[in-house]
Design a protein around this ligand. Structure first.
Ligand code: ATP
Ligand code: MG
Length: 482
């Protein structure tokens, strides 16, 4: 199943929020539970502790007052006894009801109920007149002691229960902390891995799109982007591939048109040249010197246009595919010297000095000899073409960038190239306005050079010289040492 960017984001945030807020909610419930529990312990067990103290005091009061009543026979003491007994009964009942309310706490003790039972039996069987008539003590001293001990025992149990409850709260709070840590850990993990996943799933197609755009801006329309993520990036990639296809088709139509046009012009041009030649060679009758002079001018122009058309035909049909050149190790100094030698006659006729500075101990470059020679010829050809008379053209080789490359520099003393046009000149058919009128060319030399250099894994660029003219540079990978 494939999801769009919005769905991916929704799923990620849904799970992240679910885990994060789930943890917080669970934490809240547990904390609330614990605070209720601790409040109950504090209130119930504290009340029980206070009441049990009263219980003991009342029992002692009862004992003291009944003894006084027996000796002094004053009703007042019997009333005190009754009051203490009522308070005792009330407190005991209250303790039992509080004790029974211990839900969720350790088992409540049966001691209070035992005490209550023993006391109820005792009071029921001893109403006021029975007590008055009694000659001995109202209660046997050992029984009283047992009751007091039972109360003390039950109080101890109550204290123990408070302690147990505190231990329980402590262990619960530790468990809450553990759960919270695990929950937060999971939400941090989900958060980080979600962010990584989403970033990756956006960055990868963006990188591919960027490289695709770079290819298009380098006039390479055969590059295809493959993004099968099924989201919006996939749609953009499909639209991009469509655009490339369209551009490639347009490019083919343009090249075909140029080729057809050149061909159509070349054929009548060659019959014109033939005719002019026949007239010049006086095959059709004598011609005057003046006529010969103009016929020669016409012949030169026809030759120039034919040369231009041939150049256009040769270069416009070059394949622009991505096929890798057959690379072999070549001596860079030899390449440079050979290129300079080939153009030295042209340089001489234009009164331009050519120089070549070899690189000492130069490593071999991995290149296709024919193609690199074409690059050098195009760049040197431009340097000669655009330099004024008495100009200087130099070829230099340097190491770098890095250890894996060498850089060739071709500098001239021509007009240089304005900064804003330095990217344009590598485009197909681009020719600067200043040169269009008075200089031959079709504007393909640099675009061919760039295509070749990129296919070799190098870079080509131009910079203006500090004083005069410009320097074109291109890099080539060097032969790797075994
Ligand atoms: N050395 C240079 N000095 C100044 N401008 C240059 C130089 N080299 C190239 N240019 C500019 O770049 C444009 C494109 O060069 P490119 O070699 O592609 O075409 P061209 O030389 O005009 O024609 P072609 O090479 O197809 O015969 C040139 O028309 C010119 O305006
Ligand atoms: Mg050129």
């Amino acid at each position: 199943m494939k999801f769009g960017i919005a769905t991916k984001l929704f799923i990620f945030f849904f799970f992240f929020i679910l885990i994060f807020y789930g943890t917080v909610f669970d934490l809240l419930i547990k904390v609330q539970d614990m605070s209720r529990l601790s409040a109950r312990i504090v209130s119930i067990n504290h009340q029980i502790a206070a009441l049990s103290e009263n219980l003991r005091d009342n029992l002692i009061d009862m004992d003291a007052n009944i003894k006084k009543f027996k000796v002094l026979k004053k009703d007042q003491y019997f009333d005190y006894f009754e009051t203490a007994r009522a308070a005792y009964t009330g407190d005991l009942n209250r303790i039992i009801s509080l004790d029974a309310g211990h839900r969720g706490l350790p088992e409540h003790s049966a001691s209070w109920i035992d005490i209550h039972k023993a006391y109820a039996d005792f009071t029921l069987s001893r109403p006021r007149d029975a007590l008055e008539k009694m000659t001995g003590p109202w209660i046997e001293p050992p029984v009283l002691t047992r009751w007091l001990e039972a109360i003390a025992g039950a109080r101890k149990q109550n204290d123990a229960r408070i302690e147990q409850s505190l231990i329980l709260i402590n262990s619960r709070s530790r468990q809450v902390m553990r759960n919270a840590l695990v929950g937060f850990g999971i939400s941090v993990f989900v958060g980080i891995s979600g962010i990584l996943f989403i970033t990756r799933s956006m960055l990868t197609p963006l990188k591919k799109l960027k490289s695709g755009l770079k290819h298009v801006s380098d006039d390479n329309y055969t590059h295809k982007i493959t993004i099968d993520s099924g989201d919006e990036f996939g749609e953009v990639a499909a639209a991009f591939n469509d655009m490339s296809r369209q551009l490639k088709a347009d490019e083919e139509i343009r090249s075909d048109f140029i080729a057809t046009l050149s061909h159509e012009i070349r054929t009548p041009l060659s019959s014109i040249r033939e005719s002019v030649n026949m007239i010049t060679e006086e095959l059709l009758g004598p011609v005057t010197e003046k006529q010969k002079k103009f016929l020669n001018i016409a012949g030169d122009e026809i030759a120039r246009i034919t040369g231009l058309l041939n150049h256009l035909l040769d270069t416009s049909m070059l394949p622009d595919g991505e096929e890798k050149p057959a690379r072999i190790p070549l001596d860079p100094n030899l390449l440079a010297r050979d290129a300079v030698k080939r153009l030295s006659a042209t340089a001489r006729s234009n009164d331009i000095t050519m120089g070549c500075t070899p690189l000492e101990n130069a490593p071999k470059v991995m290149a296709d000899q024919k193609e690199i020679m074409q690059v050098l010829m195009n760049l040197l050809g431009n340097a000669l073409k655009f330099s004024c008379e008495k100009g200087q053209v130099d070829v230099r080789i340097s190491r770098g960038p890095g250890k894996g490359y060498l850089t060739f520099h071709i500098s001239d003393t021509g007009p240089g190239i304005p900064r804003e046009k330095q990217d344009l000149i590598f485009k197909k058919y681009y020719r600067a306005e200043e040169v269009r009128k008075h200089m031959d060319g079709v504007g393909l030399g640099l675009s061919i050079a760039r295509r070749i250099i990129l296919a070799h894994g190098g870079r080509i660029f131009v910079k203006n010289n500090d004083d005069k003219g410009s320097t074109f540079s291109f890099t080539l990978p060097v032969q790797k040492k075994e």
